[in-house]
Design a protein around this ligand. Structure first.
Ligand code: PGA
Length: 256
């Protein structure tokens, strides 16, 4: 496997943080720090911040993404936002299946699959999140579980469409807890995901496929994680709200 053929992607997941005015400020602060990035740089923001963030990101190398989308094109789904709506406002990328959505909002592997389908149909790129809870890790079912989450989410996705998918391996026990997976643990599961991609789409597709690690990645541990052969980027929560820390991760990805 040759890591150099893959695109490194560092994506911020702002979660439920920042007003539109604050979003502008944050993008303005990050932009000069990441302008020479040798990787793709993405900031996924709350829906209400998207316009402000897009405006601030204009002319920079920062792509603005969303944190979720619904599986229907339109309809009676109060409070939801469709992939078409995001595409219509020029948003090109969306996170789907984040563990917080699975944990707090009833997201299942099936609804994740449906949302992935909708996002692809709308022309978006997807950051698909998979990962195990601590209990599942202790049961020894991490690899099987992550493989299954991946297979269900990708059901019906063509090889051509796969080029618009990134998978983020995010162990639930490492998200926002300060507990990072060791570089070896992260790489092991990212490798399992790559093997699943190889099974489903062939070795060439697997070799070109971008897999991120997420879960308490920060300025201090990013370099080691990103140096792993199967870790091609990061999905960054807390540290994406701190310009210097986020920039340090982008730098580590550029070098890694
Ligand atoms: P964290 O979040 O970096 O704050 O752990 C990562 C994520 O939830 O995507």
């Amino acid at each position: 496997m040759n890591k150099a053929v893959r695109k490194a992607v560092i994506a911020g997941n702002w979660k439920m943080n920042k007003t539109p005015a604050e979003a502008k400020e944050l993008i303005n602060a990050i932009a000069p720090l990441v302008k020479d990035a040798g990787c793709d740089v993405v900031a996924c923001t709350p829906f209400v911040d998207l316009s402000a963030a897009q405006e601030a990101a204009e002319g920079t190398n920062i792509q603005i993404g969303a944190e979720n989308c619904h599986w229907a094109v339109s309809g009676a789904f109060t409070g939801e936002v469709s992939a078409q709506m995001l595409a219509a406002m020029g948003v090109g990328i969306v996170i789907i299946g984040h563990s917080e959505r699975r944990q707090y909002f009833g997201e299942t592997d099936v609804t994740v699959h449906d949302r992935v389908r909708a996002a692809l149909d709308a022309g978006l790129t997807v950051i698909l999140c998979v990962g195990e809870t601590l209990e599942q890790r202790e049961q020894g079912i991490t690899n099987e579980l992550v493989a299954l989450q991946t297979k269900i989410a990708l059901g019906g996705v063509s090889g051509e469409e796969l080029k618009r998918i990134i998978i983020a391996y995010e162990p639930v026990w490492a998200i926002g807890t300060g507990k990072t997976a060791t570089a070896q643990q992260a790489n092991e599961v990212c490798h399992v995901i790559r093997e699943v991609i190889a099974q489903l789409y062939g070795p060439e597709a697997a070799e070109a496929f971008t897999i991120q690690y997420g879960g308490s990645m920060n300025a201090g541990n990013a370099a080691e994680l990103l140096a792993q052969p199967d870790v091609d980027g990061g999905l960054i929560g807390g540290a994406s709200l701190k310009p210097a820390d986020f920039a340090a991760i982008v730098k580590a990805a550029t070098e890694g």
